[in-house]
Design a binder for this molecule. Structure first.
Ligand code: PNW
Length: 480
C-alpha cells in the first residue's frame, strides 16, 4: 500500500457533457447547436451518427443519479446545453423557461441524493444561430457579450444551488479541432490554407482569444454579481498531455517538450495567470496571435479561482529542424508514441491519441503547480477508452480490468502529487459516467464506467470500473 493520500474533504465523481449524453435535440424548445448541424454533414462522424439519441439522459436523469449513487460519487460534473437555455443564443433572444426548469430539477435531485453539482457552461455545443448570425467564436465582440449574458442567466437560475462553475471546457479543442483541423464543429479547415472556407493559420488563434476574453467576462460577472451571495468558485478547464523527450540527451527535444505544453496548455493558462501568451507562441506565430488590450489583461489575468485540469495521457516529443509550417499548432515538433529506443509511452487504447502513462499525470500537475504559483486544482476529466471494447461480448465488456488499472495508476499518481509534491488538489471527476457520443468517433469509442446498450433501448450496465473507483478513493482519502 502506498503512503500517499488525498485530503479529507476530497470531492470525487464523474463527468459528462450535454451533447454527448442528452439526446432530445428538439424537445422543450431546444434549437440546434453547431454539433447538430455538423453531425448532419456526411463523413464528419466515423459511424455516421449524431447526438440525437445518445444516452437519452434528458429523459433518464433519475437513472443517471441512481448510477452515481451506486458508485458512491460525491460530485457530478455535467454541462448545460446553451441551446436549451437560450435557443437562439444571443443576449436579445428569449430565455427558454423549460430548458431552465429541466436543469433546476436535475440540480435539486442531485443535491437531494447528496451529490455536489459542478456545472460546465460550455462544452462545445454553441447555439448554431450564433455561428450563422455573426461567425460565433470568431467574432469576439458579439460572442463575449452573448456568452456573458448566457452565463449570467445560468448564475441567476442555479447560483444558489451550484458552488462549482467552469466557464469553458478545453478551449484548445474548440480552437484547433474546430478551426484548424476541422475534425470538430464547426469544421473549418480551409483545407489547411487560405480559401473561402477560412484561414486555418489565423482562425484558431482568434477563436482562442475570444474564448479567453469571454471566460474573463463571465468570471467578472460572477464575482461582481453573485459570488458574495452564492459563495461559489469559478475557473476554466484546460486539457493537455505530459511530454517526454524522444531523445533525453538532445537538449532540443527537451526544450521541445516544454514548447509542446506551452502551445497546448499555457496558450490559455498563461493569460489566466500572467495576462500574456507564452513567448514561444509569440515567437512562432507573430502577429497571427492576437494581442491583449490593457482592458483585456485586466479581465483575464487572475480570473481563475481554481485550475480545472483535463488529462488523459503522455507523448514523446521530437524537435524539428525545419521552419514551422504556417498551419502548425503544436510548436514545430513531432508527437510520437515511441522514444529513440523504441519504448512505448504506454499501451494502445481505442483512441489513437491516448496512451496511458500515470507518472506523467503526477509530473504535469506538479509542473503546472510550479508554473502558476500553487493554484488549487480540480481534475475535471481523466479516463480511458479500451482497445477493441466495442467488439467484445457484454460479459467481457463489463470486466474492464484495463480501465480499473488505468484509474488505479492515475489516482495513485494524483495522491503522490498531493502527498509528496505538495500539489493542492481538491477534486477529481472521472471521464465518464456513461459510454457516450465520442464526438468525431461517434459511438465506436467508449469511455464510460457504465456500458450503454445503444441498440437495446440505451439500457445501462455498470462495468467493474464503476465499482472500483470508489474503492480506490477509499484507500487514499484521509479519514480525518
Ligand atoms: C475530451 N485529442 O476531449 C473532452 O472534454 C470530452 O468531451 C471527450 O469525450 C473526452 O476528452 C475523451 O476524448 C478530447 O484529440 C478530445 O487530443 C480529443 C482530444 C483530447 C480531448
Amino acid at each position: 500500500m502506498s503512503d500517499s493520500y488525498l485530503p479529507k474533504d476530497f470531492l470525487w465523481g464523474f463527468a459528462t457533457a450535454s451533447y454527448q449524453i442528452e439526446g432530445a435535440p428538439h424537445e422543450d424548445g431546444r434549437a440546434d447547436s453547431i454539433w447538430d448541424t455538423f453531425t448532419r454533414i456526411p463523413g464528419k462522424i466515423a459511424d455516421g451518427s449524431s447526438g440525437d439519441v445518445a444516452c437519452d439522459s434528458y429523459h433518464r436523469t433519475d437513472e443517471d443519479i441512481a448510477l452515481l449513487k451506486q458508485c458512491g460519487a460525491k460530485a457530478y460534473r455535467f454541462s448545460l446545453s446553451w441551446s436549451r437555455i437560450i435557443p437562439l443564443g444571443g443576449r436579445n433572444d428569449p430565455v427558454n423557461e423549460k430548458g431552465i426548469q429541466h436543469y433546476v430539477k436535475f440540480v435539486d435531485n442531485l443535491r437531494e441524493a447528496g451529490i455536489e453539482p459542478m456545472i460546465t457552461l460550455f462544452h462545445w455545443d454553441l447555439p448554431d444561430n450564433l455561428h450563422k448570425r455573426y461567425g460565433g467564436m470568431l467574432n469576439k465582440e458579439e460572442f463575449v457579450k452573448d456568452f456573458e449574458n448566457y452565463a449570467r442567466v445560468c448564475f441567476k437560475a442555479f447560483g444558489d444551488k451550484v458552488k462549482l462553475w467552469i466557464t469553458f471546457n478545453e478551449p484548445w479543442c474548440s480552437s484547433i479541432l474546430g478551426y484548424s483541423t476541422g475534425l470538430f464543429a464547426p469544421g473549418r479547415t480551409s483545407d489547411r490554407s487560405k480559401s473561402a472556407e477560412g484561414d486555418s493559420s489565423t482562425e484558431p488563434w482568434i477563436v482562442g482569444h475570444s474564448l479567453l476574453i469571454a471566460h474573463g467576462a463571465a468570471v467578472k460577472t460572477y464575482r461582481e454579481e453573485f459570488k458574495e451571495k452564492d459563495g461559489g468558485i469559478i475557473g476554466i478547464t484546460l486539457n493537455g498531455d505530459w511530454t517526454e523527450p524522444w531523445d533525453p540527451n538532445d537538449p532540443a527535444d527537451v526544450e521541445a517538450c516544454t514548447r509542446k505544453i506551452e502551445f497546448a496548455i499555457c496558450w490559455f493558462g498563461d493569460p489566466v495567470y500572467f495576462g500574456k501568451y507564452p513567448d514561444s507562441m509569440r515567437k512562432q506565430l507573430g502577429n497571427r496571435l492576437p494581442e491583449f488590450t490593457p482592458e483585456e489583461v485586466a479581465l483575464v489575468k487572475g480570473s481563475n479561482d481554481f485550475y480545472g485540469m483535463n488529462h488523459y495521457c503522455a507523448n514523446y516529443i521530437k524537435h524539428k529542424d525545419t521552419e514551422p509550417d504556417v498551419n502548425d499548432f503544436v510548436g514545430n515538433l513531432e508527437i510520437l508514441y515511441h522514444n529513440k529506443d523504441g519504448e512505448a509511452i504506454g499501451p494502445e487504447t481505442q483512441s489513437v491519441w491516448l496512451r496511458p502513462h500515470p507518472l506523467g499525470f503526477r509530473k504535469l500537475i506538479k509542473w503546472l503547480s510550479d508554473r502558476y504559483g500553487g493554484p488549487t486544482f480540480y481534475v475535471t476529466e481523466n479516463g480511458t477508452s479500451l482497445k477493441g471494447e466495442n467488439d467484445k461480448s457484454l460479459e467481457e465488456i463489463l470486466e474492464d480490468d484495463f480501465r480499473c488499472e488505468y484509474f488505479k495508476g492515475y489516482i495513485g499518481a494524483l495522491a503522490d502529487a498531493h502527498a509528496k509534491d505538495g500539489v493542492d488538489v481538491r477534486g477529481y471527476m472521472a471521464w465518464s459516467l456513461l459510454d457516450n457520443f465520442e464526438w468525431a468517433e461517434g459511438y465506436e469509442t467508449r469511455f464510460g464506467v457504465t456500458y450503454v446498450d445503444y441498440t437495446g433501448g440505451q439500457k445501462r450496465h455498470p462495468k467493474k470500473s464503476a465499482r472500483t473507483i470508489g474503492k480506490i478513493f477509499d484507500q487514499y482519502i484521509k479519514k480525518e
